[in-house]
Ligand binder design. Structure first.
Ligand SMILES: [Zn+2]
Ligand SMILES: [Zn+2]
Length: 134
């Protein structure tokens, strides 16, 4: 199965061939900093093959020293992008970077012990389809 994605500015476009065998919502402190939000939403593929269709030279990688935390992003707009696997790690694809439909549901939340203090019963917060009516 081929999945496709891009960054917000459109400079980087990619395809992934393969199956996603993991989908995790990670609430660790690294992912909170990295995303600026409550958690990361990362798909993993052991056999996935990543192909940059455009903008490959704008893809920047950051690996937090002495950890397994990696992040790839567009150097123009900062959008999260897939991290090419190294040392036998699976391919990591941020769910929000995909333009094609995400074919699976998250399996679980990770690192809830370090979740943000405001990340609590969020389904009870009022919701709107877009901005609320004035
Ligand atoms: Zn971009
Ligand atoms: Zn994390």
């Amino acid at each position: 199965m081929t999945h496709s994605g891009s960054c917000l500015c459109g400079n980087v476009q990619f395809e992934v061939d393969g199956t996603f065998d993991g989908f995790f919502l990670c609430h660790c402190k690294y992912c909170q900093k990295d995303t600026g939000s409550a958690h990361a939403a990362n798909l993993f593929s052991a056999d996935g093959e990543l192909r940059w269709l455009s903008g490959a030279n704008s893809v920047t990688n950051f690996r937090l020293p002495t950890t397994r935390h990696v992040r790839s992003f567009c150097s123009l707009c900062g959008s999260a992008l897939p991290s090419a696997p190294i040392q036998g790690e699976p391919l990591l694809v941020p769910a929000g970077s995909l333009d094609s439909e995400v074919p699976t549901m998250p399996q679980c939340h990770l690192f809830l012990a370090s979740k943000a203090n405001w990340d609590n019963q969020l389904e009870k917060v009022p919701g709107f389809d877009s901005f609320p009516d004035p």
